[in-house]
Design a protein around this ligand. Structure first.
Ligand code: CMP
Length: 141
């Protein structure tokens, strides 16, 4: 059993895709064990994406991620990290496979609707960034 952090980004929220994104994760058998809506500050977005701070797109990415509310969630299931990433599709929607969230809805490589942790290490950092133990519910089913 594995946990991962996913975010419906500000473009996904403003396109009214919160339910669509969560529904796709539920349909592949993942369980939501933590969920909330937040508006990140610029500093909050910079902290979350600190691993990308030297990248040229960092200022624009953190501006975008703090431009409106996001929905952050913890998902649980077998191979949750890789299954969320398959369901999202490639970062660049032009390269994303048919049937993926980003292929269907993303505008471009930055405004790409959804985020998912890319490794167990990043999942651990990212879950703790948004949730303490009180914000995560154990589920039997
Ligand atoms: P995400 O999966 O949240 O991880 C880092 C984010 O940075 C990525 O989705 C995109 O929103 C953004 N990103 C990655 N590469 C680029 C790029 N080349 N140009 C602009 N934004 C990017």
């Amino acid at each position: 059993m594995e946990r991962t952090l996913s975010i419906v980004k500000p473009d996904g929220v403003s396109k009214n895709l919160i339910g669509e994104v969560i529904g796709r994760f539920e349909k592949i058998g993942l369980r939501v064990v933590g969920l909330k809506m937040i508006k990140l500050s610029k500093a909050g977005a910079e902290g979350f994406y600190a691993v990308h701070k030297e990248r040229p797109f960092f200022p624009s990415l953190t501006e975008f991620m703090s431009s409106g509310p996001c929905v952050v969630m913890v998902l649980e299931g077998e191979n949750a990290i890789s299954r969320v990433r398959e369901t999202m599709g490639a970062t660049d929607p032009a390269k994303a496979a048919e049937g993926t969230i980003r292929k269907a809805f993303a505008s471009n490589i930055e405004k790409n609707i959804v985020h998912g942790s890319d490794s167990p290490e990043s999942a651990s950092f990212e879950i703790k960034y948004f949730f303490n133990s009180l914000g995560i519910c154990e589920r039997d089913s």
